[in-house]
Write a protein that binds this ligand. Sequence first.
Ligand SMILES: Cc1ncc(COP(=O)(O)O)c(C=O)c1O
Length: 418
Amino acid sequence: MSTNQFPLSGTPQHLVLAQLQELRNSDAGWYGPKMFIGGSYFGGENVLELSNNASRLYQNYNALYAGKMFPSLVAIEKKVISSCLDLLGASSNGGGSLTTGGTESLLLAVMAARNWAKVKRPTSNKPEILIPEAAHPGFDKAAHLMDLKPVRLSQSPEYRADTTQLENAVTPNTIMIIGSAPSYPYGITDPICKIADIAQRHQLWCHVDACHGGFILPFARQLGRTVPEFDFSVAGVTSISVDIHKLGYANKGVSALLVANSELQEYQRYSFTNWPAGLYTTMGISGSRSAGGLSSAWAVINHLGTAGYQEIVSEILQARDQLIAGIETIKGLFVIGNPDSYLVAIGSDDLDVLGIDNMMSDKGWVTSQLHKPPAIHLFLDRANAMNIENYLNELIEVITAYRAGERAAERDSTAYAR
Ligand SMILES: Cc1ncc(COP(=O)(O)O)c(C=O)c1O
């Protein structure tokens, strides 16, 4: 007999809410001083309150119907897109559309490239996409869904895309080349100028995945930090994905796919008429989508402005410097490569870093792990930035205990998100 069961009688509202609150309390929460993981993008209590309030105003508005029912949403969407275009160096020819998240932005970029190639660069065999080793799996998911061939290439010794390999891998079937700004595993930006140059010479669609960097690298540069070239100011960059629900501090459900030339947006469009309800046309992959993330994006961008984001980015970069300097003083540990933003991976030549991270986890530190090379993976945000000293101190204690023979229970933790 099935154990599935639809609730029989209704439960009063206050009890349902109390039960939900209890369920929520059984989790550790999504941000906190010991959480160094991608479930947390905390921009401060006041920013959180604003984004929640702004989100609530439009939570039940369906952005799919914006043109027909909600002129205010059309204006809100326009403002958010134009802010992102400005931030990422687009010219007045640039265009963009909002999606529900980074993965949808990647799917959309690949779909647009595929449709563009059908017209501009037809291939005789299955179209191929060149994907550096550390790029997000969303590109492979896109290739899987659209029956394209993903070509993953190993990275350079600096943990960046290897442009020699990328160029050697171009075939008459290649339609698209990808770079990350930065990559999730190492927080290191690929050589976008070289990637875009390959794209120009071989007539490829060049996509830069700035889902992580889009709201940190431009402000880091404004603060005088050395930031690699990665945006539309680089000739040959066709599209950029940027997640406003990550370092933009909007509520979940909002990302953007930007294009250097708004004419390219037509390659994103899907239209259908052969059913009884008339024209169905979308610029994204999803149909209905809540406008809550979008309204919170509008509110947070307008509230923080350049000065507000600079303040947060400055805090995070100081925390990163403190973390890197601290790791460099701990015998046996090193920081992988030269991270550009707020993602830092810590490796070791002689210690079992994953075992050590498991011991840190027993002390309440929530992190991710890499398996190539084995490394502790840390996200920095406003909730943990003030806690770097404690992290480093406990790490030293744990390493001392490890060297003395202590171990954490075995566990398999090198999963990105499950
Ligand atoms: C570099 C990069 N691109 C894209 C994504 C996908 O974003 P989302 O989880 O919002 O779908 C991620 C997620 O962490 C990412 O790290």
